[in-house]
Design a protein around this ligand. Structure first.
Ligand code: CA
Length: 219
């Protein structure tokens, strides 16, 4: 998934970016509110992690501007502002969740997974096809009851396909979710990762729809 992280604290930002990348996400990190606003207008993200105390434009203003455009990107506010009044204001402005610093990283990652599931899978927790079973929330893939190890990049390709099972994703849409800013991919990277996934999970689990892209096979 492609995430936008708006955080001006360098230590928290770099730690979160590394953790999220390890979880298989492409993360664009911006350090002020105006940059967050610009990024949200220019690109589409699967989720925004939003600090409120940001230079140049307050996080709450970023959120209100986003929702005023009818943009439904899921938003988790992650902030040191812990007053009830602030929580209410954040949720009323259109945030989907609210966590207070200092937060536990594992808890934040679980909340991110929950939002992504809700947004793309309608709460659906696992995907099955023949002998293959995939549980996106636990990053668990099994074939004939045995756990299959996938690389972070393979997960980054597989997750959006599973979460939107039934929909075709183009190569460009998958690439978007693979690379954050500053990372470029070779032109056949998506094909390489799909090939790797098929080798591990079976060649028929991902279908190639000629000229359009890829989708998960039906149940
Ligand atoms: Ca801050």
């Amino acid at each position: 998934m492609r995430l936008l992280l708006a955080e001006d604290d360098a230590m928290i930002g770099s730690a979160l970016q590394a953790l999220l990348a390890k979880d298989g996400h492409a993360v664009d990190w911006v350090r002020d509110g105006a940059a967050a606003d610009a990024a949200l207008r220019a690109d589409s993200y699967d989720l925004l992690i939003l600090d409120l105390g940001l230079p140049r434009m307050d996080g709450l203003a970023v959120l209100r501007t986003l929702r005023a455009r009818k943009d439904t990107t899921p938003v988790i506010i992650a902030t040191a502002r812990d007053g009830v009044h602030e929580r209410v204001a954040g949720l009323d402005a259109g945030a989907d969740d609210y966590v207070v610093k200092p937060y536990d990283y594992d808890e934040l990652l679980a909340r991110i997974r929950a939002q992504l599931r809700r947004a793309h899978g309608g709460g659906r927790s696992t995907w099955r096809h023949g002998e293959v079973e995939i549980d996106p929330s636990r990053h668990l893939a099994m074939r004939a009851g045995r756990v299959v190890e996938l690389t972070a990049r393979e997960w980054a390709v597989l997750l959006p396909l599973v979460l939107r099972a039934g929909s075709v994703l183009s190569r460009e849409q998958i690439e978007d979710r693979l690379c954050g800013w500053g990372h470029s991919l070779s032109s056949n990277a998506v094909e390489v990762y799909i090939h790797g996934i098929r080798k591990k999970l079976g060649s028929d689990c991902i279908q190639n729809i000629r000229g359009l892209g890829y989708r998960m096979a039906g149940p």
